[in-house]
Design a protein around this ligand. Structure first.
Ligand code: ZN
Length: 254
């Protein structure tokens, strides 16, 4: 048995023994679906300067630039499919073991993998649709795109005239209060906290695994590189995510 097999077997046992698992996911789970980590070198945000929330609010030109950028890059998200890692998390849901997915990702791939939206907390929102910043009305991107490409006028809400923005949390935008509360309460109630594909250095998100561990949960980290919390974890796998997690979930059923 090599070292990797041993770690996957240990994870399988922990999955088997757990009944309220929180799965926390970062960009690393989705890079295996071809979605670049937007913050990494070569990522989209090094090519397109991200627009800060205050600038989006203050400037029509910034809103226009934001929508241009959105439609120039949308195919990356539109073409992406869930991979083995997402599917393994969905399998935990099917087994009734998944308390909640808490994700930093904005790609909607957990939903597409078959996990209901009510089981997913999106800390940074969702880039696959848009919302009015004032009344929260949802807008589909196809509808906005059709109008925007005609005149490049940044869209406003047809109910309240508020600015429409992709439903993501931008730089400078406050973290969503309800989502943060839900994430915290699930973290306090879980018996296994599985942190996948996140470097666990960006707060407040990185506080959740620490909180889980302090509250008596086991903590497992799967990430290609070292993370900020490797030293407090019960098990750390520096391995490819999809195949490792899929293997462990399958073994946990035996
Ligand atoms: Zn509105």
């Amino acid at each position: 048995m090599n070292e990797h097999t041993g770690d996957i077997d240990r994870l399988a046992v922990m999955l088997h023994e757990s009944s309220r698992i929180v799965v926390f996911t970062g960009a690393g789970i989705s890079t295996e679906s071809g979605i670049p980590d937007f913050r990494s070198p070569g990522g989209l945000w090094t090519k397109y300067q991200p627009i800060e929330f205050q600038d989006f609010i203050a400037s029509e030109e910034k809103r226009r630039e934001s929508w241009r950028m959105k439609f120039a890059t949308e195919s990356v998200l539109a073409d992406a499919k869930p991979n083995k890692g997402h599917q393994a998390v969905a399998d935990l849901y099917q087994q009734g073991k998944l308390a909640r997915v808490i994700t930093q990702n904005i790609d909607g791939l957990h939903q597409i993998s078959g996990i209901p939206a009510t089981k997913i907390v999106e800390l940074h929102g969702n880039a696959t649709y848009a919302k009015c910043l004032d009344c929260g009305k949802r807008y589909e991107l196809a509808e906005i795109k059709r109008q925007f490409l005609q005149n490049e006028i940044p869209p406003v809400c047809n109910v309240c005239n508020g600015f429409i923005k992709t439903a993501t949390i931008s730089f400078g935008q406050p973290m969503p209060v309800l989502e943060m509360q839900e994430a915290e309460s699930e973290t306090l109630n879980c018996d296994l906290f599985l942190a996948i594909g996140s470097s666990l250095v960006v707060y407040p998100a990185a506080g959740f695994p620490r909180l889980a561990k302090q509250n008596g949960s086991k903590l497992v980290i799967i990430n290609r590189d070292e993370t900020g919390l490797d030293d407090i974890a019960d098990l750390v796998l520096h391995q490819e995510i999809g195949i490792s997690l899929a293997t462990a979930v399958k073994k946990s059923l035996n």
